[in-house]
Design a protein around this ligand. Structure first.
Ligand code: SF4
Length: 363
């Protein structure tokens, strides 16, 4: 399997928690120029087109491109025939015309940036959509027959209560969503919230409450028939994200666009994160991966998956004995953070909350 990630780094406004590679464009011309460069970068990978199984157009906010700009992008990708073709959509920038373009270009999965169904919390996060926007988009995508809908949710937002979270989770069921990515609000540097925090005006949610919320997310989504397949991801049967699974199982993917990463022919590729540099020469560097680097990634990504790591496969692939190489895994096991089950090493329920303590073993 091979994937293609396409980054659209533009947003209409900046959310208070966001540290992604993004900016508010100065004007339409800036987006047009970017697309011209991006389509050149896409074309430079044309020899890989026939092997690509997944495309993921993320951002930023891909849906803020005009229908004409989206057509330019989709046209550049038209010779690829992926099994899974995802685009990220923010509800406020969706139009029926754009949805019809998705359908025309055979996009079969939409990842919708909802974050919460509470209007006050949305304003607090500086998200610009309304709940009505979300409902309208979902109904239209369903009318079009786009088969796979994923929703992003955030929990542990200051001011959020368990009741509010319950409401968000109930909406998932009500709307018939088949995939949920659910992350706790992380305080990242260089964000508005971080500046507020430095001024003493942002107070993170208490850790116990955050753990309670994560527990509630896991329990409720399980009751709704979701499989918890990665620390922050839940899917109905047959609806796991192929593209994300490809990252987590160390398969190849091409990354195009500002700040995008890739993993091709044994090299990690890193594109420039600043627009003028990207426009000049998209790739900043590429780094051949050593066995040691691949092993670390295999373990870190593998443990994020709920099914964990097949120890025998890892030991054969890298010619190691995992507990000899990482003796502190024994300690994590005695702390109840990881367990061995049917030949697989995986996080326990406790370990899901404290994954970073386990991941530290490998870095
Ligand atoms: S829309 Fe997404 S990428 Fe843009 S600022 Fe908000 S969270 Fe960041």
């Amino acid at each position: 399997m091979k994937g293609l990630y396409v980054h659209i780094p533009f947003c209409e406004s900046i959310c208070h928690y966001c540290d992604f590679v993004k900016r508010v464009p100065k004007n339409e011309q800036m987006i047009d120029d970017y697309l011209q460069r991006l389509t050149q970068e896409i074309a430079s990978y044309s020899t890989h087109f026939s092997n690509i199984d997944t495309i993921y157009i993320g951002g930023g906010t891909p849906s803020m491109l005009s229908a004409k700009q989206l057509s330019v992008l989709f046209h550049a990708l038209k010779d690829i025939h992926p099994v899974e073709y995802t685009i990220e959509v923010n509800p406020e920038s969706y139009t029926e015309e754009k949805g019809e373009l998705f359908k025309y270009y055979r996009i079969n999965r939409v990842s919708l940036g909802v974050q919460t169904f509470d209007q006050d919390l949305l304003s607090y996060l500086n998200r610009k959509h309304t709940i009505d926007n979300v409902l309208r988009v979902i109904h239209h995508l369903k009318d079009l027959g786009i088969p796979r809908l994923s929703i992003d949710l955030i929990y542990a937002i200051p001011g959020q209560t368990l009741n509010m979270l319950d409401h968000d989770l109930a909406m998932i069921e009500k709307l018939g969503i088949t995939h949920v990515s659910c992350y706790s609000l992380i305080l990242e540097e260089k964000t508005y919230f971080y500046h507020q925090y430095l001024k003493g005006q942002f107070h993170q949610m208490d850790e116990d409450m955050e753990a309670l919320m994560y527990e509630r997310v896991m329990k409720t989504l399980k009751q709704q028939g979701f499989e918890h397949y990665e620390i922050s991801n839940f899917a109905k049967e047959g609806h796991q994200s192929m593209h994300n699974n490809l990252y987590w199982t160390l398969q190849e993917y091409i990354g195009v666009g500002l700040g995008a990463h890739g993993f091709v022919d044994g090299y990690r590729t890193y594109n420039h994160r600043h627009l003028p540099e990207y426009m000049h020469d998209w790739m900043e560097r590429k780094e051949q991966q050593t066995e040691e680097m691949l092993l670390t990634d295999d373990l870190l990504f593998g443990l994020r998956r709920i099914e964990g790591i097949d120890i025998k496969k890892i030991e054969e692939r890298y010619h190691i004995s995992i507990f000899d190489k990482y003796p502190s895994l024994i300690e994590k096991m005695s702390l109840g953070l990881i367990e061995m089950k049917e030949g697989r090493l995986r996080l326990t329920r406790e370990g899901l909350f404290l994954g970073n303590q386990v991941f530290m073993v490998f870095v």
